[in-house]
Design a protein around this ligand. Sequence first.
Ligand code: TGC
Length: 384
Amino acid sequence: MDLTLSPEQHAVRKAVREWVDDVVVPPALRNDREERFPQEALDGLRQTGFIGMSIPEEFGGGGADPLSYVLLIEELGRGDANVRSLVSVHLGLVSGSIDRWGTQEQKEQWLPRMATGEVLGCFALTEPDFGSNPADLQASAVKQADGSYLLNGTKIFITNGSIAGVALVMARTGGPGAKGVSAFLVPTDTPGFEARRIHGKLGLRSCDTAELVLRDVRVGPETLLGGVEGKGIRVALTALNDGRMSLGASCTGLAQAALDTMVAYTTQRTQFGKPIAGHQLVQELIADTAVEVDCARLLTWRVADLKTRGEDYALAASKAKYYASEASVRAANACVQAHGGYGYIDEYPAGKYLRDARVTTLYEGTSQIQKLIIGRALTGISAF
Ligand code: TGC
């Protein structure tokens, strides 16, 4: 499905694909088994410049267009969702927000170092008691007499939380609800900022996921994103439009990997005297997955296309994220099924696909939230 790719976009996909097959795929299963952070992939992302691919060229990034970014994320998602999550949070949620909302000083302070990967970003929105409804979040940022802010609160399930150099923290500066929340660019070496890595996850085991505890973290007024209070939820939800596009791409990649793995296995494995791919019900697993991969990809590329043309892509991003995440779980499950008992042991990648896919219907807006967003857009009636 090369329908809308320019020669440059083809080249991006080829370069990322080859690098992923070379560097990301080989250690992925071992990293998963050992909960080992994919350091060689991070080093390679820095060397290749992929880590800054969508950051504007004026700040040292690759200046990639939205579809090239989607291709990067799709290929990373195909190789290892752990590596993808590192990149999509860093670029899609954090550097994208700085570029969209930041002052010139904030862009100059953070984007060049994010473009090289010297500084990684994390996105601190979710709290133990506030996930689907971030407008009620409780972390506080109390303005002091000297103009600084004192931040207190807990954030949870934060990708890159213990390796990031800058955290985009949403905290309450004013009254209740969305209008009372502001966004801050907090250097993670600020005293009082603590990250605790979360272990025992079902999937994404080698990715850095942390709980952040902020105790009297004092930051200057220059850390307020865009220099304006009260925009935090809008900043977060706008970032999540890009996050949902990223997840559409990542899940397309993971489903593609499940499909490729399924085809390779079922054409080799024989039962009843022929490859199991020769049995009709196995072909059904393959065919259903192949159609879903195409659907997920087309929905996601449409988001990138809308973004490129400067149109509103929030609704399209919700649709892509909803469909692709659910499809990736089905694809991975089909891959396990096609492998029989071998799908259930971690010498084969099928089980990892399923565990890594499973979180994608949960974070950056559950499938239920995406359906309510889509339903609201169609009916004009909010269920929230
Ligand atoms: P509401 O509170 O009424 O609106 C607040 C402001 O935001 C604006 N807005 C949007 N702007 C851009 N894009 C969108 N998609 C937007 N949706 C809303 C809105 O216009 C308003 O702006 P303003 O200027 O008028 O103040 O919010 P709502 O009623 O529209 O939305 C409710 C709801 C439930 C849809 C929203 O809260 C939502 O999407 N909830 C799910 C949040 C979510 O995805 N949470 C999980 C985060 S994932 C995570 O934390 C892990 S992230 C990455 C990682 O580390 O791996």
